[in-house]
Design a protein around this ligand. Structure first.
Ligand SMILES: Nc1ncnc2c1ncn2[C@@H]1O[C@H](COP(=O)(O)OP(=O)(O)OP(=O)(O)O)[C@@H](O)[C@H]1O
Ligand SMILES: [Mg+2]
Length: 283
């Protein structure tokens, strides 16, 4: 079983954001979506979550086109954690997380639903905060509530849009470890957009670099990462090393503390050419 994204193009008005994207995420695998600000990571994730309508292309889970599913059936397959956190609602943490169970229960949550909620609260370190209003949480705490809600949903496809952007180092590592574990142990096809190349190398089974609307390179981090690629995508020179069996990327930025930091050049804006065999993540 796999999430298959085929020849996907997405535009906002006349601006093309994604142009012929092909990606396959197998059940049990964690795919890291990388790329500069504005490269279309959130757009890709929102298109799979059916928040944004594609211009063309197909999205399938296990051979089933996602656009044929009712909203309720879609929510049984796909869980989505947005990049931006809305803390304006006045629910408690526990109430916010049980919303993830909505596609599974009838009139009201049952014992099994609350058990899933308790498990998700525990997995995200939220037990102590369970009765607090989400509106009173810190940004990182609220971000963990969104991840807990998605886990309680028990999806087959889990989409996490920068789930670690507001988290401290410990929760960044914990959340990515959890995403990897849930993918592997529960057979969930998981996509995480992330900016930290080193965390992506450590936790993701595969990575895909989006740039200029295309998948510029994809595959296992250790095989895909290269100084030329990082320079092409981000306009930053890097050195690579291997630590603890994982590839690490070290930017060649030497701040001059007496004057100003060396600012890397802007990343290229043109659509790069993609080798077809690189534009696919399949195992
Ligand atoms: N609703 C929208 N209407 C018009 N343009 C949009 C909309 N949402 C995003 N865009 C544009 O689409 C492009 C891709 O945005 P997207 O949010 O997908 O990028 P991203 O890779 O997730 O970036 P970041 O790393 O900053 O989160 C950007 O140029 C953005 O300005
Ligand atoms: Mg984004």
């Amino acid at each position: 079983m796999s999430l298959e994204i085929r020849d996907l193009s997405v535009a906002y008005g006349r601006r093309t954001i994604l142009d012929g994207v092909d990606l396959v995420v197998e059940r049990g695998r964690l795919l890291g979506l990388l790329g500069p600000n504005g490269s279309g990571k959130s757009t890709l994730i929102k298109t799979v979550a059916r928040i944004v309508k594609p211009r063309s292309g197909t999205l399938e889970w296990d051979g089933l086109p996602l656009d044929r599913l009712s909203r309720r059936d879609l929510a049984r397959v796909v869980a989505y954690v947005p990049q931006a956190i809305d803390q304006s609602f006045s629910l408690s943490v526990r109430e916010a997380v049980v919303l993830g169970r909505t596609p599974h229960f009838g009139a009201r949550p049952r014992r099994r639903d609350w058990a899933k909620v308790d498990l998700a609260l525990e997995q995200l370190g939220l037990v102590e905060l369970a009765d607090r209003p989400v509106s009173e949480l810190s940004g990182g705490q609220a971000q963990r509530v969104l991840v807990a809600r998605a886990l309680a949903q028990e999806p087959q496809v889990l989409l996490l849009d920068e789930p670690t952007s507001a988290l401290d180092l410990r929760y960044q590592l914990q959340t990515l470890h959890l995403a990897h574990t849930i993918a592997a142990e529960q057979g969930v096809a998981t996509v995480v957009s992330i900016h930290d190349l080193n965390h992506a190398a450590r936790f993701c089974d595969e990575v895909a670099f989006l740039s200029g609307g295309r998948v510029l390179a994809a595959g296992e981090p250790g095989e895909v990462y290269g100084a030329d690629l990082v320079r092409d995508v981000y306009g930053v020179g890097v050195d690579l090393s291997v630590y603890d069996g994982f590839t690490e990327v070290h930017p060649q930025v030497k701040p001059d503390r007496t004057t100003r930091a060396v600012v890397p050049q802007a990343a290229p804006q043109t659509a790069p050419q993609v080798a077809p065999e690189l534009a696919k993540v399949a195992s």
